[in-house]
Design a protein around this ligand. Sequence first.
Ligand code: COA
Length: 145
Amino acid sequence: MIHVRQLTRDDLDAAAAIEAAAGHTAWTRTQLLECLDHRLQGGWALEDAGVLQGHLMWQRVADEAELLIITIHPGAQGRGLGRVLMERFLQDCRDHGVAQVFLEVEASNAPALALYRRTGWEQVGRRRDYYGPGKDALLWARRLD
Ligand SMILES: CC(C)(COP(=O)(O)OP(=O)(O)OC[C@H]1O[C@@H](n2cnc3c(N)ncnc32)[C@H](O)[C@@H]1OP(=O)(O)O)[C@@H](O)C(=O)NCCC(=O)NCCS
């Protein structure tokens, strides 16, 4: 049974463990807490049978928003859970009157790029060597009409 609800401080140990296991972004608990306490517009937790399997955080900037992080536990990836969280985020943004959303992703992150493409995002820019030599950042955007 899939359930999406607000992310809380009580989720952060499990969320940090998912980050460590998933690897690609690997936010620490401290970074997640800082985000939850100070920068966050919204955060979503996804549970399957009562167990946290993923999380998403975003922040608002005027009438735009930035998707900061979306991670699904490696053992639960490829089952549509990332898409569920993404759709909740997009609806949350619409509900808050956000006109356009942005994100930044490493160019080699194929699963993330697939998710973004499948949920209506488009690449709008590239920052060369942003994550280190040969590791470009891609900027993606999606209008919410
Ligand atoms: C990116 C991520 C959140 C995707 O979550 P997920 O639950 O595995 O994705 P889904 O199962 O919902 O798949 C969404 C779409 O992307 C596609 N997709 C997902 N992983 C894919 C892969 N490895 N290769 C090709 N396509 C893939 C799916 O086919 C699906 O498309 P469809 O709905 O048309 O079939 C997950 O891989 C993850 O947590 N990665 C590590 C953290 C990360 O890099 N986050 C992004 C940067 S912050």
